[in-house]
Design a protein around this ligand. Structure first.
Ligand SMILES: Nc1ncnc2c1ncn2[C@@H]1O[C@H](COP(=O)(O)OP(=O)(O)OP(=O)(O)O)[C@@H](O)[C@H]1O
Ligand SMILES: [Mg+2]
Length: 397
């Protein structure tokens, strides 16, 4: 059953019609019959025209005049075409003949859903969500830790931002563990049901965490995820941008066309790394790959150093020289706290909001939220990337 099934009220005269419609509506997961309570709460009325059509049309007028905002379907056993004309003139949206044909009713319900969604989308002020894509330059650098805590900080109290967190690590996604949640659905469901994708379906698939972050985990089994294609992910992200202010994506590593599609659509790409030689070499390779691809633009790409220690053998300056790009942000090392947060399934801000680690990710989130990102002007970036050997030997012993 979706989170908010559409309430339907039946105004019927015959048992035959009631039985048939109740059976169809009970089997349809998006609708729920409301036989009592305020009729204003119903979004759809199904009204049977009996032997005294004038009285029934008067009721139809009453429902519409009360401005319930819903729609009215008419059912009738009469084949008199003037009745159909009168029903439609009176404002009924669908005319269903009796005896009830299941397929005819289902088609009418689907048309109603499409109209309702169109109406809602039209009224809703569209957000222009920003996609923040996190790419780990190597396994275990803390990509998931940063993604999870960035998302929970962006959604933190006081912020009005609506935030989603997508786990793109195929099969081994760990976001649910980091947040101690057991979501029912993954983006595999969306891939399988792409034709149904609208904001109602999207919200019913997402898992809302207590931090107000809406989580979309990765499929945990092999079956089904192959349905995902770059086109599916593009449709999903397009819709999410209309519903959310921030869509944080834990992409893990660049592995396939889907990762490339996300990169292409991202507003900010955070390449996460630690101050180690293999990691920085990978950062250089990733930057080179971006250049070869032609996207994302350089100013959208930010290198974030995790587990930073002041006495590190490789300094931030050395690192910048080696990757030929400024380090955008560095997050302090605190293995004990980060591990404790993972093991307890809690965001860092819940465990130790004032710790340097938590504060650092909060500041990073604030910067992204306040659009303080200043493009790094580096006109010679490409030339430098290709023209020079990366001075990695500088700190090689
Ligand atoms: N700032 C930090 N200081 C110390 N340890 C950290 C920090 N951030 C993360 N870690 C630790 O690094 C390990 C890996 O973290 P995480 O799972 O977030 O990395 P990842 O890049 O997502 O890994 P994977 O490649 O497996 O997906 C964890 O044990 C975590 O506790
Ligand atoms: Mg991870």
């Amino acid at each position: 059953m979706p989170i908010n099934p559409i309430p339907v009220r039946l105004e019927l005269k015959t048992d035959e019609a009631r039985k048939a419609l109740e059976k169809i509506l009970r089997a349809h997961r998006d609708f729920q019959i409301r036989s009592s309570g305020d009729p204003k709460s119903a979004e759809l009325f199904i009204l049977e025209i009996g032997n005294r059509p004038e009285t029934d049309f008067a009721l139809l007028q009453q429902i519409l005049a009360a401005n319930y905002g819903g729609e009215v379907f008419i059912i009738s056993s009469s084949s008199d075409p003037s009745l159909l004309v009168q029903a439609l003139r009176s404002g009924a949206r669908e005319f269903l003949s009796q005896p009830i044909e299941e397929s005819e009713v289902i088609q009418a319900l689907e048309r109603f859903k499409a109209r309702r969604e169109q109406h809602r989308e039209g009224r809703r002020p569209h957000r222009k969500g920003k996609i923040i894509d996190l790419i780990g330059s190597k396994g275990g650098v803390g990509n998931t830790t940063i993604a999870v805590n960035l998302a929970t900080n962006l959604a933190a109290e006081g912020s009005k931002a609506k935030v989603a967190l997508i786990d793109m690590n195929l099969l081994f996604g760990e976001v649910p563990i980091f947040l101690d949640i057991v979501p029912i659905y993954s983006w595999g469901e969306i891939a399988k049901n792409i034709s149904r994708l609208d904001s109602t379906f999207l919200m019913s698939v997402l898992h809302e965490h207590s931090s107000r972050v809406y989580v979309l985990p990765s499929p945990s089994q092999l079956s089904g995820h192959f349905d995902a294609t770059p086109e599916v992910i593009e449709r999903l992200l397009d819709l999410m941008k209309r519903v959310f202010d921030f869509i944080v994506v834990d992409s893990g590593h660049i592995t396939d066309e889907i990762s490339l599609k996300i990169l292409e659509m991202a507003d900010t790409v955070l390449v996460t790394a630690i101050l180690s030689l293999p990691c920085l070499t990978n950062v250089s390779r990733i930057l080179r790959l971006f250049y070869d691809l032609g996207y994302p633009p350089e100013d959208l790409v930010k290198v974030v150093i995790n587990r930073y220690m002041k006495n590190s053998e490789i300094s931030l300056k050395d690192a910048e020289k080696s990757i030929d790009k400024k380090i955008f942000w560095s997050i302090p090392n605190d293995f004990h706290l980060s591990m404790s947060a993972i093991n307890q399934g809690k965001p860092l801000r819940e465990l130790a909001a004032n710790s340097p680690l938590s504060k650092s990710i909060q500041e990073l989130a604030d910067m992204l939220a306040e659009h303080k990102l200043v493009p790094e002007k580096s006109p010679t970036f490409i030339g430098r990337l290709f023209g020079q050997k990366l001075p990695l030997k500088a700190w090689r012993r």
